[in-house]
Design a protein around this ligand. Structure first.
Ligand code: NAD
Length: 419
């Protein structure tokens, strides 16, 4: 038992155990690699619009500081707890190391359903969260970004609050900001674009023509909606999508641009069509070429993994597949190609890194430059993962995580243990 114990943390521990065994890491070295460096729990009081006071619990976990500052998103969701945040921080570490960024992983969040807050309450909560975090974060200590339930506006409030306390504008304290507040072109789209870009690579390798290929996307927020739109623009028929309000299915392909516009206006897919509605539990198991989970953790469990009828699983979300499901996907790897989360959704942190670099230098790039560099990093990491999986005859997730863990371990080894 640790303060982090819970189903999502156990999943990160189990996954690490598989990799540590694979890499023959001595048992006494493992906790140093796995256990988070710091965890901060705060209380965020705000005035509600009705005059009452409400207090929300917030967290930030910084996994390791060996390669540079920590980096990671901030999640506002009712389900957020310390264990989930710690697991997400650990995954961020392996992800940053896999794609070669000078960061350790971090994650933060507040246990709140943001849809229950007014805009004013959301701003108050966002600002209070950042204000409470000031002693623990900084452009060279820990840099925040958006995640589920947060967006560019929340990042702008974070940046403004931090800057007010410093007495100067510090854009490099968060990434995923609006371009008007020091953000980079291409950040909002970066994660979904990366998911679609890697999916296209795999479909090409499998000799599945884009035109006529079919996809299912779970989650229609930042990652899911952009991934769906990019796939649609590539000629792929997106036959089903879902969000927390329900799911839609059309065998001939959904009108994704119309759905993106609808969700942007209404905040969700609710009410778009009764005729196209389908049980959200079913969509991952539809016969199609690509399944993109882009919402929650642990949605592909052993039962779902057995029933998948796709050629590619492109993990847009963090941790969508349970370790039990991984065992099944590993057995089915000749039928189903897995693009593991730490590679598949890494476009987001790659472009966040570009945003941080541009803010530090106050020198801004064109969007084409951002995309070119993003795809270059994704291509390199993808090639290395595929080569490693082939060489060692291992599952893609094992290969990707092993490369991430190895880099962190190598840095810890050469730096030594202080004092
Ligand atoms: P978001 O808040 O923009 O969107 C989340 C979406 O998931 C919403 O459409 C929501 O309705 C839907 N959803 C929630 N519960 C659901 C359920 N039970 N079934 C179906 N849909 C459900 O969040 P996001 O930024 O798109 O993040 C989605 C996932 O991608 C998360 O796992 C996040 O950690 C991961 N991720 C995000 C980024 C990024 O840059 N935003 C980067 C890497 C990974």
């Amino acid at each position: 038992m640790t303060v982090y114990s819970g189903p999502v943390f156990e999943m990160a521990v189990n996954q690490f155990g598989v990799i540590a065994d694979h890499l023959s890491i001595p048992v006494d070295e493992r906790a140093r690699l796995l256990m988070p460096k710091r965890a901060i729990t705060i209380s965020c009081p705000i005035h509600r619009d009705d005059g009452t006071t409400a207090v929300f619990e917030g967290y930030r976990v910084q996994h390791h500081l060996t390669l540079g500052p920590t980096k990671g998103g901030t999640r506002f969701a009712a389900s957020v707890d310390l264990g989930e945040v710690a697991a997400l921080a650990i995954w961020m570490s392996w992800k940053c190391a896999l794609v070669g960024l000078p960061y350790g992983g971090a994650k933060g969040g507040i246990g709140v359903d943001p849809s229950t807050l007014s805009k004013h309450e959301l701003e108050a909560l966002s600002r209070r969260y950042m204000q409470e975090m000031i002693p623990f974060v900084g452009p060279h200590t820990d840099v925040m970004a958006p995640d589920m339930g947060t967006n560019e506006q929340v990042m702008a409030w974070f940046m403004d609050t931090y800057s007010m306390y410093q007495g100067r504008t510090v854009t490099e304290i968060v990434t995923g900001k609006p371009v008007t507040a020091g953000g980079t072109l291409g950040r909002r789209e970066a994660t979904g674009r990366g998911v679609a870009y890697l999916t296209r690579r795999v479909l090409n390798d499998l000799q599945i023509a884009l035109n006529g290929a079919t996809a299912v996307v779970q989650g229609f927020g930042n990652v899911g909606s952009i991934a769906a739109l990019e796939l649609h623009n590539m000629g792929v028929k997106v036959i089903a999508v879902s969000d927390h309000t329900g799911a839609l299915h059309r065998a001939a392909g959904l009108d994704i641009p119309a759905l993106v516009e609808y969700a942007a206006l209404r905040g969700s897919l609710m009410g778009y069509s009764n005729e196209l509605a389908i049980d959200p539990q079913e969509i991952l198991m539809l016969a199609c070429d690509v399944v993109v989970p882009a919402a929650m953790e642990r949605v592909i469990d052993a039962k779902v993994a057995e029933k998948l009828r796709c050629r590619v699983v492109a993990e847009g979300a963090n941790g969508p597949t349970t370790p039990e499901a991984d065992l099944i996907l590993e057995k089915r790897q000749d039928e189903i190609f897995l693009i593991p989360d730490i590679l598949c959704n890494s476009g987001g942190v790659v472009v966040s890194y570009f945003e941080w670099v541009q803010d530090l230098q106050q020198l801004f790039w064109e969007e084409e430059e951002v995309m070119r560099r993003e795809y270059q990093i994704l291509d390199r990491a993808f090639d290395r993962m595929v080569a490693r999986a082939k060489r060692d005859k291992i599952f893609n997730r094992t290969a990707a995580m092993a490369m991430g863990v190895e880099r962190v371990r190598g840095a810890k080894d050469t730096r030594g243990l202080f004092p």
